[in-house]
Design a protein around this ligand. Structure first.
Ligand code: ADE
Length: 259
């Protein structure tokens, strides 16, 4: 997968050089490039913002630097897809439009299902807005070149899109084949099946007068699976009852179905 991130603070994305995502980049599983929006300005102050039409507080990001930056990454994507389809002049079908994700508290809520959906794409582009946001005409113009998806991390306001991109790239990147060493660990985690994850324990079995639940020491795999499923349900009901509204109760142990 290729990911392009455009930001006025490229250094903000430095953590994507670390840990599993950094290793995936080194191993060639993820081609992630960060671009400085100011490199696409033409004035001597490299300015990217201006006052809002209609008045009001704060500044709005100017459209032209964004159009230049996004056109450059879209062109790189088309060239890359051409290479993949057999080089210049290949007669393969038109490559799919890359997905442009615009982090915004006014976007669709990002979740694990979307992370899975986006992990299937060949290229993602993230446009990190700052200030009061990006001139809306950029979003309309970008529809010609991208599938545009404004996306929110949650119902709170960040100072810009960069922190949201760190979270989304990590959530998507870890789903790419080969990124997480043991793919089984992706199966039994929170949100993978609509419930929160069950609690986990390691040695010692007794620690500061607290015991590991006996069933986990029993060696009875059926009983352990049942206990874990029940704990998932109990935790979800306690912490995130909203998730149970859309959860298929048929997937629960019989004893939990009517609870
Ligand atoms: N930018 C500012 N706030 C945000 C949020 N909650 N999610 C995504 N991007 C944002």
């Amino acid at each position: 997968m290729r990911i392009d991130v455009v930001s006025i603070f490229p250094e903000y994305l430095a953590p994507l050089e670390l840990s599993l995502i950094g290793k995936a980049r080194q191993d060639g599983l993820l081609d992630l490039r960060v671009h400085d929006l100011r490199d696409f300005t033409t004035d001597k102050h490299r300015s990217v913002d201006d006052t809002p039409y209609g008045g009001g507080a704060g500044m709005v990001m100017k459209p032209e630097p964004w159009a230049q930056a996004l056109a450059a990454v879209a062109a790189a994507a088309v060239a890359g897809a051409g290479e993949a389809a057999g080089g210049a002049g290949a007669t393969a079908a038109e490559p799919a439009k890359p997905v442009l994700i615009v982090p915004s508290p006014a976007g669709e809520r990002f979740n694990q299902a979307l992370a899975h959906e986006l992990a299937e794409e060949d290229q993602l582009v993230f446009a990190c807005g700052r200030y009061e946001g990006i001139d809306e005409r950029v979003i309309e113009w970008a529809e010609e070149h991208f599938t545009v998806r404004p996306m929110s991390l949650g119902d709170y306001v960040l100072n810009g899109g960069e922190v949201a991109v760190l979270a989304m790239v990590e959530a998507i990147g870890r789903l790419l084949p080969g990124v997480v060493g043991n793919p089984d660990s992706l199966v039994e985690e929170s949100h993978s099946d609509g419930l929160l994850e069950y609690p986990v324990y390691t040695k010692p079995a007794s620690w500061r007068d607290r015991e590991v639940p006996a069933v986990l020491l029993s060696g009875n795999h059926g009983k352990i699976a049942q206990w874990r499923r029940h704990e998932q349900y109990r935790r979800t009901a306690e912490r995130r009852p909203d998730l149970l509204e859309t959860f298929d109760a048929g997937k629960l142990p019989r004893a939990d179905r009517t609870a």
